[in-house]
Every structure is written in C-alpha cells, then in structure tokens.
Write a protein that binds this ligand. Sequence first.
Ligand SMILES: NC(=O)c1ccc[n+]([C@@H]2O[C@H](COP(=O)([O-])OP(=O)(O)OC[C@H]3O[C@@H](n4cnc5c(N)ncnc54)[C@H](O)[C@@H]3O)[C@@H](O)[C@H]2O)c1
Length: 354
Amino acid sequence: MKKVRVLLLGAAFSADLHLDAYSRCRDLAEIVAICDQDPERISSLAGRYGLTDYQTFADFTQAIEKVECDLVDICLPNFLHHDAALAALNRGRHVISEKPLATTVADGEEMVETARRAGKQIYYAEDWLFAPAMGKAQAIIDEGGIGEPVYIRARECHCGSHSPFAQTIRSCGGGSMIHLGIHPVGFMLALKQNRWTELVAMTSGGLQNNMVHKNMEGEDWSACLIRFADGTSALLEANYLTAGGMEDVIDIYGTRGCLHLDLTFSSAISCYSIPGLSYTVEKAEITTGWSKPAVDERFNLGYVGEIRHFMACCRDGREARLGLRGEDGLMALRVVNLIYQSAREGRKIVNPAL
Ligand SMILES: NC(=O)c1ccc[n+]([C@@H]2O[C@H](COP(=O)([O-])OP(=O)(O)OC[C@H]3O[C@@H](n4cnc5c(N)ncnc54)[C@H](O)[C@@H]3O)[C@@H](O)[C@H]2O)c1
C-alpha cells in the first residue's frame, strides 16, 4: 500500500517526538524531507533515527513549494503554525499542526477556513487523547467502574519551556495556559464533545506579577473551573512552577469511585542513583537520588498512537476523530482565550452557543 509522504517542518524537540513515532509507523509513512533553519539540527535528528534518503531545506515556504508530499507536519514555534499551514493547504497538502493551533483565534479561524476551501485536512496534535492510560481509564468508565464521572481535575505543569519563543505573547500566544494548559483543555473538550457551558479563571498575569518567571510575558500560573452541558465540572491547571519533572495528571471522580492517572511518573521502575542517569523524565532538572525513570515515555504520552491515527486518516482521506481535527484545535484555542479574558476581567464567562 502507498505510504503517506511527509514533509517535517522543524527539527528540534517536538519534531523528535514525531520522528520517533514515524519510525514506529514505517508501514504507513515515510519522511521525504525535513526543514529547519538550523541545518545541524536536521542532520542530528535524522541521524538519531537512521534516515538517509530525504531532502533538506532551511526555508519552510520553499520546502512546501518544492517537496512532493501528501502531508506537511508542522513542528515549528507557535507563531509560525498559521503561515506554514496556509502555505501547505494552498499547495494541496494535508497538515498536522502541533498545539496550540495558532497564537490567535483569528489565525486559527483562517487555518480552518483555508482547509475547508482546499478540501484538505488539518490534524490537530493533541497527544493526551492517545495516552494508553486514558484508553484504559475510558474502558473502566465504560464498564461503570466508577459510576458516573462528575468531576475531573487535569493539569500539565513543569519548570519552564526550553524554547525562546515561549517567552513572549506574540510568538507563543500567552503563557502556561496556552502552552501547557491547552492539553487538559483540549482533552476535556474532546471528552465532552466541545459542549462547555461556563468557565471562570485566574492567572498570575505575566512579567512582574508572575510567581517565579518575572521576565516571561505570559503567565507562569493559571487555573480554570469549567462546567459542561452534562453537569460535569473540571479544574484545569497549568504552571511553570513545578520542579522535579513534568506533571501530566488527570483525576476523575465518579459517583461510585475514582481514577488517578499519572502519565509521567507512573513508571514501574524506582531508581536510586548516586552518579545520576542520562535521563529520567521530561524536564527533570536532576537525575541523582530517587527517580522514576520513564519506560517508553513517548508511547505513554500518546505520540505514537497520535501519528499512527493521522497517517491512517491521511492514507484513507478522512478526517481525524473528535478532539483531533482543526476545528477542535480552534475550539481549544477559543476556550484558552476566554480563560485569559475571564482572568483579565475577573468574571465568569458563559458559552453563548449553548
Ligand atoms: N504535543 C506536545 O507535547 C509538544 C511538546 C513540545 C512542543 N510542542 C509544540 O511543538 C512546536 C515546536 O516546539 P518545540 O518544542 O519543538 O520547539 P523548539 O524550539 O525545540 O524547535 C523549533 C524548531 O523550529 C526551528 N525554526 C524556527 N523558526 C523557523 C523558521 N522560520 N524556519 C525553519 N525552522 C524554524 C528552530 O530552528 C527549531 O529547531 C510548538 O508549537 C510547541 O507548542 C508540542
């Protein structure tokens, strides 16, 4: 069967997560070209996965123009998602967009509209929806194991982004809520078919008002209470205050029980190391002493399932499932922006559509 030919834009952190997943989907996809303004990052990334037969580009507009491919996978900084997606869609390519869909709602709307007009798909990369632990939790919920879920608490937190673009609102779109909180937001919206009814939020506010990151324009702490049409409530949190490694945690409370999911620290291994390890979990500052070294972190965070789903959809010319379409990325972006509005104005916001 014909493989999906992929042009990968970006060759750093998230591109590595995706390439790891592509290397486990060789039956479905092949990387035909990689673009990054830093050529060393391209060769180093390709080397790690044994790629030899691929084109390289420094300029993504040229790459999109010249490369014969089926899909453009955008692993570029947030503010470039819009321009790269428009160029790719107008060139007749399907697109994977990393989160957030864009830095502004207007840009996100233009992306979704361009895809519709071009008759092409935007696949929105919300990896949480493919975490194997979530699949198991859903099966437990489906068999009635915790009764009716009524309250969910979900958060992504770590000590701060590695990327310079995360420091400014123009290039990131905001602070911790758009960059990390978009995962719990997108995840909850998918779980509830986008049917949110009201929300209220607070953030640290950015710059000198931040708790720790006083030079970062966006907020380093944010939380939102949100309610859904079925009466379920959720507390969604994101912060850059969390030392010791990234926390991706989901707690689900039902009428007959509860579930606690820890996507990052649920390793079966506990290790005590005096010299330290080369790696334990994402964003851990130190690896000495006690740690929980991740066993296949990327698989457990959902990247492998996500790329496999997108490749199968692309091959069959169909849209992704709920939570993973361009319009779902746009809904998550809209909700994040309303979270910011609620925090700024100190008031509850009601969904006018419901
Ligand atoms: N789903 C996830 O869990 C997850 C994790 C990390 C990042 N992301 C998302 O992935 C995207 C990229 O983030 P990252 O962490 O990989 O960033 P990064 O800073 O590690 O990498 C970005 C790369 O883009 C390249 N680049 C920047 N401008 C360019 C241009 N004009 N032309 C060509 N190359 C250019 C840089 O040289 C760099 O190699 C962001 O949108 C981020 O939000 C998602």
